[in-house]
Design a protein around this ligand. Structure first.
Ligand SMILES: Cc1cc2nc3c(=O)[nH]c(=O)nc-3n(C[C@H](O)[C@H](O)[C@H](O)COP(=O)(O)O)c2cc1C
Length: 236
């Protein structure tokens, strides 16, 4: 059995959580040490998964030609999605930097393979999406481990999965879940880029916590934590 975290270990964990950022434009061209990369991938591979199905694969992409094709898919999808909003939001959206496909040292496509250990996976029969949720847990592990290793990660979802499947030769039954850009960075921003750009702000914690049932944000048996959350004391 493993023991508890020391205060320094806790600080390290929360530092990774709070200073992790989605990185698009602060990449340097320095390549990632392969020992570091293997530690990051191993952290991802130790994520929880429904029925221990470990349904992820990580496709590591250095090749510039492949990346150029993925960037073309991004350019196409970015224009397509911009047509879903009206100006001035459309122009604002088009002004945002939303990918680092060619500027980063490495791209990683994280996929979901529902056939691994299938078809019966403990816990997946009632909620099939738990397979994808498991892959997202692996992605978050990767993101935090990368931050601890001083490596930036950006998630690009403005892409066509059909394009990705074609360019990366992904079989029909396998789903691309995330296309990630990884690399050394000049720094990690204090706030999300979308917050700095005035797109959206972080919601207050008090507005996303309910007590005992949906939409109930005051309950006598939860008074103490509610006050802490409202006064922003213990988690800031
Ligand atoms: C599922 C998912 C898809 C995302 N897709 C994109 C994307 O296509 N382009 C982009 O620039 N950021 C993308 N992001 C990053 C979010 O914009 C970012 O996480 C959010 O603005 C909060 O910023 P932070 O990660 O720096 O805290 C994505 C994040 C997630 C979790």
């Amino acid at each position: 059995m493993n023991g508890e975290f020391s205060p320094e270990e806790k600080d390290g964990f929360y530092k990774a959580v709070f200073s992790r950022r989605d990185v698009r434009s602060h990449f340097t061209s320095e390549s990632i040490d392969e020992r570091v990369l293997s530690r990051i991938l191993n952290a991802a591979h130790h994520a929880p998964s429904v029925g221990f199905s470990q349904p992820w694969n990580f496709i590591l992409i250095k090749d510039k030609q492949t990346r150029k094709k993925v960037k073309d898919s991004f350019d196409k999808e970015r224009i397509r999605s911009s047509n879903l909003v009206e100006d001035p939001k459309r122009s604002k959206y088009l002004s945002l930097r939303l990918e680092g496909i060619l500027g980063s040292a490495l791209n990683v496509c994280v996929t979901y393979d529902p056939s691994k250990f299938g078809p019966f996976v403990i816990g997946r029969s009632s909620i099939p999406e738990t397979g994808i949720y498991s892959v997202c847990c692996a992605i978050q592990n990767l993101w935090l481990a990368a931050r601890a290793e001083d490596i930036g990660v950006g998630w690009v979802s403005i892409l066509s999965n059909d394009d990705l499947k074609k360019h990366l030769e992904i079989p029909e039954h396998v789903v691309p879940v995330a296309y990630l850009c990884l690399g050394h960075v000049t720094g990690f921003a204090e706030k999300p880029d979308l917050e700095t750009a005035g797109w959206l702000n972080r919601l207050a914690l008090k507005d996303v916590v309910y007590y005992e049932k949906w939409n109930n944000n005051s309950d006598p048996s939860w008074q103490q934590i509610r006050e802490m959350i409202i006064s922003n004391l213990d988690y800031a």
